[in-house]
Design a protein around this ligand. Structure first.
Ligand code: GLV
Length: 307
C-alpha cells in the first residue's frame, strides 16, 4: 500500500525502522511545493490548502483519504464516490471542548473586560463589568448545538460546574430545538459546515435567543450570519460572543467584531495543542495498522471501499 503523508519530521519518522514502520506500507511525502507523482492507495491530508490539496485529491488509484481535521467541508464533494473519507475528530475533541469552556469561564468572570482595562493601566470603573455581570455557570442552561464527540467532552466539563446541559442533534425536532434555544443562557455551536448548516444562526434565531444570552462558536464561521450577529451584539440583545471561527476568516482589519467589548476572539486555534502534530502522526500510524489488519479504522464519514 502506498500512502502520501505530510512532509513533517513526525510523519517521516513513521517509515523509519527504529520506529517500527508500518509493515506493508510505503510512504511518500508531500509539501506545499511538492506533490509526488504516480498512483497511491491513500492520502493523509493535513496543513495544505488550495492547489496542493486539489492535486492530492486527484491522485490516481486513490481508495481512501484521512483528513486529520474534524471538519470535512474542504474534502467532501471533491472526491469520487468510491473513495472513502475519514476524519480525525478524536484528535481535536478534548482541546476544542476545553477551549469553548475557557471562553465561557473567561466571559462569565469578565476577564476580557478586566484585560481591556489592564491595557489602559487603570481600573476604569465605567468600562468594567458591574458586579451583576460577574457570574458562574451554576444553574445556567447551556445548549450544545451539534452533539457529537466534542459535545460530550464539553458536557463532562460543564456538569461539575453546575450547568444544565442540553444537546441539539440534527434529528432534534424543530419545536424542541426552538424551545431549548429560547431558554439558553449559552449556545455553543459545534456544528460542521454543510449546505444545511451554513447561515443557520441568522437574525431570526438570534432574535429568538433570550436577552443577554452568549453565543460561542468553535464550529465554523459560516454557521452564523455575521451582519446579524454584529447587530445583536451592538443593540445589547446578546450578552456577548466567544468566537474561535468567523466569517470572513481571517477577519479583515476594519471589521466591527474586532472592536466590540463583549466579544472574545481567537484565531481558529481551538484544537491547537503543543503535541498536536505528534498526536496526528500517532493517529495516522494506528489508522494504517487498522487498515493493514483488515479492521475498520475510526472516523469513517462517507462510504467507499477503503481496502
Ligand atoms: C479544525 O477546525 C478542524 O476541523 O480540525
Amino acid at each position: 500500500m502506498r500512502v502520501l503523508l505530510p512532509d513533517l519530521p513526525e510523519f517521516r519518522a513513521l517509515s523509519e525502522h527504529d520506529e517500527g514502520g508500518v509493515p506493508g506500507v510505503t510512504f511518500d511525502h508531500y509539501s506545499r511545493t511538492h506533490v509526488p507523482d504516480g498512483p497511491a492507495d491513500g492520502v493523509v491530508l493535513w496543513l495544505v490548502g488550495g492547489d496542493t490539496r486539489t492535486r492530492l485529491l486527484r491522485t490516481p488509484g486513490l481508495k481512501w483519504v484521512l483528513t486529520l481535521t474534524a471538519g470535512i467541508e474542504h474534502v467532501q464533494g471533491h472526491l469520487p464516490p468510491e473513495v472513502a473519507l475519514f476524519n480525525a475528530s478524536r484528535l481535536h475533541d478534548r482541546a476544542v471542548a476545553v477551549h469553548a469552556l475557557s471562553g465561557m469561564l473567561a466571559a462569565a468572570r469578565g476577564l476580557h473586560r478586566f484585560r481591556d482595562a489592564q491595557a489602559r493601566a487603570h481600573w476604569d470603573a465605567p468600562a468594567l463589568p458591574g458586579h451583576s455581570a460577574l457570574t458562574t455557570l451554576d444553574d445556567r442552561h447551556v445548549v450544545l448545538w451539534g452533539y457529537g464527540h466534542i459535545g460530550r467532552h464539553l458536557e463532562d466539563l460543564l456538569r461539575p460546574l453546575g450547568a444544565h446541559v442540553h444537546g441539539i442533534r440534527s434529528a432534534t425536532p424543530s419545536a424542541e430545538r426552538d424551545e431549548l434555544l429560547a431558554q439558553a443562557d449559552w449556545v455553543v455551536l459545534l456544528l460542521p459546515s454543510t449546505p444545511d448548516t451554513r447561515g443557520i444562526v441568522g437574525a431570526p434565531v438570534l432574535a429568538h435567543l433570550k436577552r443577554g444570552a452568549w453565543l460561542v462558536n468553535v464550529g465554523r464561521g459560516n454557521l452564523i450570519d455575521t451582519g446579524a450577529l454584529v447587530d445583536a451584539l451592538t443593540d445589547g440583545h446578546l450578552g456577548g460572543a466567544v468566537l474561535d471561527v468567523t466569517d470572513p476568516e481571517p477577519l479583515p482589519g476594519p471589521h466591527p467584531l474586532w472592536h466590540l467589548p463583549n466579544v472574545i476572539l481567537t484565531p481558529h486555534v481551538a484544537s491547537t495543542t503543543t503535541d498536536l502534530v505528534p498526536r496526528g502522526a500517532q493517529l495516522t500510524r494506528d489508522f494504517l495498522i487498522d487498515l493493514q489488519q483488515g479492521h475498520e479504522p475510526e472516523g469513517r464519514v462517507t462510504p467507499g471501499r477503503p481496502y
